[in-house]
Design a protein around this ligand. Sequence first.
Ligand code: GLY
Length: 417
Amino acid sequence: MTTCFNQSRGLYTVAKSFLFAGLLAFTAGCENTKKVAESANTPTIDLQKQIDDTDQQLEIAVPKLTDLTKHPRLIETNGTEWVEVNNGKLVWTSGFYPGILWYAYDVTGKNKWKQEAIKRTEVFEDFKNITEHHDIGFMMFPAYGLGYEIGGKKEYKDILLTSANSLASRFNPKVGTIRSWSNQMHPRWQQHITIIDNMLNLELLFWAAKHGGDKRFYDIAVTHAETTMKNHFRDDLTSWHVLEYDTLSGAILNRHTKQGYADDSRWSRGQAWGVYGYTMVYKETKDKKFLDFAQKITDKYLSLLPEDMVPCWDFDVADNPKEEKDASAAAIVASALLDLSTMVENKEDQKRYYNAAIKMLKSLGSEQYSGVGKADSFLLHSTGAKSLGKEIDVALIYADYYYIEALSRLKKMQEKS
Ligand code: GLY
């Protein structure tokens, strides 16, 4: 297997710039685990250029993606165009493409992105009744939630409330968490499975509780966050991926991984879901214990990063130069850090988190990670599930989603200041 940084990107590739970028990237690959130095200088990015780049990539990609029953999921390592998959009920990524289009409308003001977002959102209204897994939050919030918030589509409210009810149906009060996966699809585990990624789905419950939904949705989200904080993290503040609980007693049966390198390793995107999740839970609850925890796990994550701020797909294989990066984790954390920087009181912390987010966005928008001129995505070099032998050094739709979310958050912050 080749490493992530010496792949040709087909027709788009300009050999000279590729070789240059490849060399640069390779020297900043997973082997470079040098700790991030606290910089006294405030880093800057050309935000408008990075927004223009996303707009340009959508201008190229959207006309090619005409089948509304499908959504773009990934671009293969040597590919240039999105591979589409069905908007199936079990496909957790269905909401990210409409979500990207809502954010594109937000950052560019172009009505055509709003019209595209509406078309791509409304095709899976019936997913509001999904009770087979926890991913209904990942699927419905970027599509219908952003449609309500950014697109002014107030008629989406009932769909979101029904979706929250479906998600809440998976809460087990004995365990104190939502059951993430079905045992049928993940037969390694026989009882109640909760994964760290599940933290993101709580946003749907908080939103629903604030918008006329059952107050129970709020309580479920808080209890899930508390239980996960207690059980899902090691003493060193990194998280396991998968916990299996006894369905009846709520006892922890084991702690494993599905997408990390090993059960006890530190899967980078898992850490990123934790950082984003607890930052969001503090934003929704204003309970200081969640802020304190969000800061602790964020500081741990930052302490593990290489100089280019984009982690190897698992922190425990980062010393091996052949291992691949995961730009999706960097995009998720960059977006979370912008929010965190506005919520902490200490000025030094505000600056630290803001600067780290800017450095991540700068790195992601650079020649090294940008898809511009190479493929139809915003970003390259993500790794979805290396332990399962798939989605290795590819472009991923959710990397693009959290990247454009971060650009939108930064734009709003700059407009306020
Ligand atoms: N929630 C699935 C993932 O992070 O791959």
